[in-house]
Write a protein that binds this ligand. Sequence first.
Ligand code: ATP
Ligand code: MG
Length: 382
Amino acid sequence: MREVLLVRFGEVHLKGANRPYFLRMLTENVRHSVKDLGADVWLSDSRIYVADVPDIMEAAERVKRVFGVHSVSPAVETDKDIDAIGAVCVSMMQGKNGTFKVFARRSDKSFPMDSNAIAAEMGHRVLEACPGLTVDVHTPEIKLNVEIRDRAYICCEDIPAVGGMPIGTGGRASLLLSGGIDSPVAGYSIMRRGVKISAIHFESPPYTGERAKEKVMTLAKMLGAFQGGMQVCVVPFTKIQLEIHAKCPDELGTVLMRRFMMRIAERVAKANFKAQALITGENLAQVASQTMDALCCTDMVVEGMPVFRPLIGYDKLDIIREAEKIGTYETSILPYEDCCTVFTPRHPDTRPKPEALVKAEAKLDYEALLAEAVENAVIVNV
Ligand code: ATP
Ligand code: MG
């Protein structure tokens, strides 16, 4: 008899011919998450199992954050013997009050009792031993699961996990990561679809400080925890901002700056991260640079890859709720300057025209500015 963690996966089931590949990736990612606990991890019979860990709840905490995992259950593994199973059921339910129902499943058809008989027998034993419990077959408070597979597994707790698809099965993308609330949430939602992400951050020293950068690194680390680390590319942006500020119409400043960001991000993403897409936390109508016209002008400078904006139609409150759930909110609201807020125009043009932007950019030596920023970018592992 020993404690194991039963790991269930949801959507991965649907992947047809690619299923073995998805399951291999998922098993690998689960294994990685509990590696330092010395865990034994294996895939068998449409479940992943984690065993031989010092603390099963610690393993559960980690595995429930692995994308592709639907839920986890701390379970007891025992011999396929009805008395051994009965003893585990009774000890698991001992001291509990309320209603319960036994759910039995038998994938080993050589086991002498069928699932109905197993459920009835276990229900009977638990009722006798636990005076605080009664049976409710319709809406039980406690679901006692008995599974007869290569061994017998018993559990009564189902802990929801993050869901999604295994990291690594959906390709690579680079997230434009500011210190704000939105971009970490945007990154998380794409990671959840199996995409391994890297981050690109623009800083404008001395207008933005060390603490602003540390905050971004903290956010990157939080996201990295869902995929086993993260690479962050920090791009110096001060010179570009000063040039725009000095030579271009003030009301176009923000959109010009955003076009530079996207162009640099595309180059950095390709050259350093082999990324196939960019991700931003942009959200329609949230600020002047996120009107339909402004987004069109920003979008058109990225030519070689799609730009994912998973939050485009969210309400701010929904984004905040999501940030709280992921755990990034408290860090995101720390009050440090972002490069976007440094040279905010007093009256930004909310309906910029591409021709006006091209004309403004012609006043800058923009190819040289781009090349310099890319060249001086620094990559950090968090
Ligand atoms: P956030 O809360 O993510 O900062 P925001 O509402 O403040 O977003 P903007 O400042 O307009 O919106 O930025 C829109 C998007 O541009 C961000 O979500 C992010 O993807 C990217 N971005 C903004 N500033 C930076 C930066 N300094 N470095 C990298 N990406 C940035
Ligand atoms: Mg911001």
